[in-house]
Ligand binder design. Structure first.
Ligand SMILES: Cc1cc2nc3c(=O)[nH]c(=O)nc-3n(C[C@H](O)[C@H](O)[C@H](O)COP(=O)(O)O)c2cc1C
Length: 179
C-alpha cells in the first residue's frame, strides 16, 4: 500500500514561498506513487482551542463545529505529516499554532508519524530558525512514536516568488519523493 502523505500548509499567502515548497514536496511524493494531499489552512475554518475540556467527556471529540474534525481524522490516518509555516517573529505562524492547539482532543491518536518541517523566512541564517523548529518539536514530542525525518529551509525569501530558483525547490521535490 502506498504511503499517505498529508501536507499542512499554514501560510496565509496562497502560492507564497512555503506553499510553493509544499507543492514541490507534493509533486515529488506523487511522482513516487504516494497518496498526497495538501490542506491549505487559510481555506479552512479552525477556531481556537478554548480549553473547555468538553472533549474529555465526549469520546475525545471537540464540540466545536468547524473543519478541525476532518483535518484531525486525516492527521490520524496519514503515514507522513508535513508542517509548513512561514517564520513570524522567529516562531511558527498563528495559523499553524491554532491547528496544533486544536489537536488537543485527539493528539494521543496521532501515532507513529514521519514528520517533515518546511520553514520559510526572509532571514538567510539557518541557525536563526532554531526557535521555530523547537516550537514544532514541542508538538511532535507529544506524539507517540513520531519520527522527525527532515527539515526544509526556505530561507532568504521575503516576497512571494523569492523561493523560485533556489535550491530549496529541488530539495522539497526530493524530500517528497523520498518521504
Ligand atoms: C507578520 C510577519 C512576521 C515576520 N517575521 C519574520 C521573522 O521573524 N524573521 C524572518 O526572517 N522573516 C519574517 N517574516 C518574513 C516571512 O517569513 C517571509 O516573507 C516568508 O517568505 C513568508 O513565507 P510565505 O510566503 O510562505 O508566507 C515575517 C513576515 C510577516 C508577514
Amino acid at each position: 500500500m502506498s504511503k499517505k502523505v498529508l501536507v499542512l500548509s499554514a501560510s496565509p499567502r496562497k502560492g507564497g514561498n512555503s506553499d510553493t515548497l509544499c507543492d514541490q514536496f507534493m509533486l515529488g511524493a506523487q511522482t513516487a506513487g504516494k497518496q498526497a494531499e495538501k490542506i491549505f489552512l487559510r481555506d479552512k475554518k479552525i477556531n481556537y482551542c478554548v480549553a473547555c475540556d468538553a472533549c474529555k467527556g465526549n469520546s475525545g471529540n471537540c464540540i466545536q463545529q468547524d473543519d478541525m474534525a476532518e483535518i484531525l481524522a486525516k492527521m490520524i490516518a496519514a503515514d507522513v505529516i508535513v508542517l509548513a509555516t512561514p517564520v513570524y517573529f522567529y516562531s511558527m505562524d498563528a495559523q499553524l499554532k491554532t491547528l496544533i492547539d486544536r489537536t488537543y482532543s485527539r493528539y494521543t491518536k496521532i501515532n507513529n508519524k514521519e514528520m517533515y518541517f518546511i520553514i520559510t523566512a526572509a532571514d538567510g541564517r539557518e541557525q536563526a530558525m532554531e526557535r521555530t523548529i523547537e516550537g514544532l518539536r514541542g508538538f511532535t514530542s507529544c506524539l507517540g512514536g513520531a519520527k522527525e525525518k527532515g527539515i526544509l529551509y526556505g530561507i532568504g525569501a521575503w516576497n512571494i516568488g523569492d523561493i523560485k530558483g533556489q535550491p530549496a525547490m529541488e530539495e522539497a521535490y526530493a524530500m517528497g519523493k523520498n518521504a
